[in-house]
Design a protein around this ligand. Structure first.
Ligand code: GLA
Length: 746
């Protein structure tokens, strides 16, 4: 049993292999948070000394007994509102008579086998039948609100999931003003925050900072999880490194506007409240109706950030993503976007596909510009029929041509948006979000389809189904190239406009859920102007997401590092593109571009017709190497070999297979130096008792036809772990090296 109820101590303890989480049913039914940390048995309640703190109120019934019991200072499992706790609220409702707040007290709990479900929302599954669920019901009798706290424990994964179900048990209408997924009070510890901010083409830049007193909010109000912030953060101790120390990750399984709010209070305790963005949110519940929040994934590790990332990676790949592709080898694709942009015709596409096949790619992706009258980004979104001027004979013939080459075929779509200049918009101008009396905001000349309306999300589903039924398509790149503005839907009357942003996300999920279930053989890749919606909500349906519109490998080092703190490498769409790079103008060696793209769902995005024979030979070798290491790259444990704060002249990372029998080390030199000091790496994750053959894959500027043929060196795991490896001198602009290690028999 991973969930234990101790009736005498009134504690509920959730154990994973390496962590424990405890709640305590306190006086007057207050549900207190006891502990979340390294696995330990016992009752943690005595840790929290009840101290009389000035200006922190005490429940009426306890006033005479003790002044030390205040919801304002004790760790709460679910903070209410207008109920004696002045810190961040997690739940708040309002009634027509003006009453507002939430004062929730324990009623009952239930422990059961299996995983709770959140209908309509993406949430972790239970593929190995190991999950156990704890449900704790709380009530605010005066306001007629019931809250069911849902926890699932994945013991072997070190992950605990949380969600909240709110129910109107009163006799009249109720409005939810705030409905967070998770409230976590950490009464002790000097925590730092590691979060991932950015902008278009510069997503998920890791930033680690101390947490000041007051409030810090990591959030999106853009209707999507956004390029600017990510619904994932890590709290870590001041001295936590990649390989040692306490760290706690919280990740929302949600793709819409969100908030991860932190408050460091007067006693230095830290509260995290994670969930749907409360600003602008409201949800009406009639008597008997309930509301489910998105899920939040929690993981605690005592042994550093690499271990934490590895747990999230495995969990997302195996327990969250529904796609059969999640745990399968992915095709090496070649996408025509940076090769042609909108400027292509049938011949051009077929010649790129021919070259792609010759290079060893498995799948060709036709990106934007194949439909309607789309020759730039100003028209035709919504007109999902082929542009016969560009592609005479239609998609059938083009796909046949690509398939005859022995390649699989992929197609780009953007089903959530509409161009003003489109047949769809002319037929249904009322399908786009807009505030009556105002012109809507344009972004990339696009308007947002109101997916909160079932007839419009049904249209999106039927349109995609039509394409996938009619054409022999193996892969879909699903794009979303703007944020939501003009939030107003004619379908939401009676003061329900506050539901729109969330209903829009639910509409999106209903399309994703139906289409992926109807076409399980199709590989879907998410995209939102690159990485504008890189989150666990999307990854529940699609096993990979285009990580960023920035394909410069040196910029990608940071973008992919930031993304990889939470999300598995197999989910990070990464392509080798042309040099000089189209976004930064930087020139980099072809092999370095491949070294970086292999730390992701690997592919190419360039015009192979522009490559020299030597470059083509290199690409063939890269693709062979990728196939050799594919499983290791997809499933291996990731170890970052540098610390975020290090001022290093290189970035390096390592993948180690589950059995520790093979490993790939990659290093990119970002700053060559005169009279350089030796480049030295201590490796991680290997078996110290084993012996490894070290095969170097040179990827300097000098062309190496094949990996070195001389007898591989044998080195013990212990030597690689404790003494390390010194690399040969590397010169020039951005060279990189990959080192492959294989355990030998004796
Ligand atoms: C977005 C994507 C790109 C490409 C273009 C097409 O920006 O991120 O990869 O598909 O749209 O318009």
């Amino acid at each position: 049993m991973s969930i234990i109820y101790d009736a005498s101590a009134k504690t509920l303890t959730l154990h994973t292999r390496e962590s424990s989480y405890q709640l305590q049913i306190g006086p007057l039914g207050y549900l207190l948070h006891g502990y979340y940390g390294r696995r330990a048995a016992g009752d943690f309640a005595p840790l929290h000394r009840r101290k009389d703190v000035g200006f922190s109120p005490v429940p009426y019934e306890l006033a005479d007994e003790t002044r030390g019991f205040s919801p304002d200072t004790l760790p709460q499992e679910l903070s209410g509102a207008n109920a004696g706790d002045f810190r961040l609220s997690s739940v708040c409702v309002s009634l027509p008579d003006g009453r507002r707040g939430a004062d929730l007290r324990y009623v009952r709990h239930e422990i059961r086998k299996g995983k709770y479900a959140l209908p309509g929302l993406p949430a972790a599954l239970d593929p190995d039948g190991e999950a156990e669920t704890l449900s704790v019901t709380l009530r605010d009798e005066a306001l007629g609100l019931e809250a069911e706290l849902l926890y699932a424990v994945y013991e072997s994964r070190d992950v605990i999931t949380r969600a909240l179900r709110l129910k109107n048990i009163g006799s009249g209408e109720m409005k939810l003003e705030k409905a967070a997924s998770c409230c976590l009070d950490l009464p002790f510890g000097d925590w730092e925050l590691l979060h991932f901010h950015g902008r278009h083409a510069m997503e998920r830049q890791p930033e680690r900072q101390s947490i000041p007193h007051g409030e810090v909010r990591i959030s999106s109000r853009r209707g999507e999880s956004s390029h600017q912030h990510n619904p994932f953060l890590i709290l870590c101790g001041k001295h936590t490194t990649e390989d040692a120390g306490d760290c706690l990750g919280a990740m929302l399984v949600y793709s819409g506007s969100f908030e991860l709010a932190l408050e460091k209070d007067q006693m230095d305790a830290l509260r995290l409240v994670a969930g749907i963005q409360p600003e602008g949110f409201s949800w009406t519940l009639q008597p008997g109706e309930s509301f489910d929040t998105p899920e939040c994934l929690l993981c605690f590790r005592h042994d550093g950030l690499n271990a934490l990332s590895q747990r999230f990676h495995r969990f997302l790949r195996r327990d969250l993503c529904r796609s059969a592709f999640s745990e399968k080898a992915r095709p090496v694709l070649l996408n025509n976007w940076e090769a042609t942009y909108f400027d292509f015709d049938r011949e051009k596409i077929l010649s790129i596909a021919r070259e792609a096949k010759d290079l060893g790619a498995d799948l060709f992706v036709l990106d934007d510009g194949w439909f309607g009258r789309r020759n730039d980004d100003r028209s035709s979104l919504g007109d999902w029929f082929v542009n016969e001027e560009k592609l005479p004979g239609g998609l059938e013939e083009l796909i046949r041509g690509v398939k005859d080459l022995g390649l699989r075929f992929g197609l780009w779509v953007e089903p959530e948006m509409v161009s003003e200049d489109s047949e769809l918009y002319r037929a249904h101008p009322d399908w786009a979000l807009r505030v009556p009396g105002r012109k809507p905001f344009l972004s990339r000349s696009e308007l947002v389809l109101d997916l909160s309306r079932p007839e419009i999300s049904d249209w999106a589903f039927e349109t995609l189904r039509g394409l996938l039924e009619r054409y022999d398509i193996d892969y879909i790149k699903w794009d979303c190239n703007r944020s939501l503005t003009d939030l107003c839907s004619p379908a939401l009357t009676d003061g329900r406009q506050g539901e729109l942003a969330h209903r829009w996300v639910l509409g999106l999920y209903s399309v994703m859920e139906r289409i992926t279930a109807a076409f399980p053989q199709v590989l879907f890749e998410g995209c939102a102007g690159g990485g504008g919606r890189f989150d666990a909500g999307i990854l529940a349906y699609f096993p990979q997401i285009w990580c960023s519109d920035d394909t410069d490998p040196i910029e990608r080092l940071t973008i992919q590092r930031g993304t990889g703190y939470g999300y598995p490498l197999s989910s990070i769409g990464a392509h080798v593109s042309a040099s000089p790079n189209h976004q930064t103008g930087r020139s980099t060696p072809l092999d370095t571009r491949a070294t970086v793209a292999m730390a992701g769902a690997f592919g190419y995005e360039l015009d192979p017709g522009k490559l020299s024979e030597e470059e083509k030979a290199r690409i063939r070798r890269q693709i062979r190497r990728f196939h050799d290491c594919e499983r290791l790259l997809r499933e291996g444990d990731l170890f970052r070999l540098t610390e975020l704060a290090d001022e290093k002249d290189y970035d390096a990372w390592q993948l180690v297979s589950a059995g520790k029998d093979e490993s790939l080390v990659s290093l990119v030199l970002t700053h060559p130096r005169a009279n350089a000091k030796p480049l030295h790496l201590r490796l991680k994750g290997l078996d110290p008792e084993a012996s490894y053959a070290v095969l170097r894959y040179d990827v300097f500027d000098a062309f190496q036809p094949e990996p070195p043929e001389e007898q591989p060196k044998q080195v013990t795991g212990a030597a690689l772990l404790y003494a390390g490896l010194t690399l040969p001198r590397m010169m020039g602009d951005y060279p990189s090296v990959q080192i492959y290690l294989k355990k030998t028999e004796e």
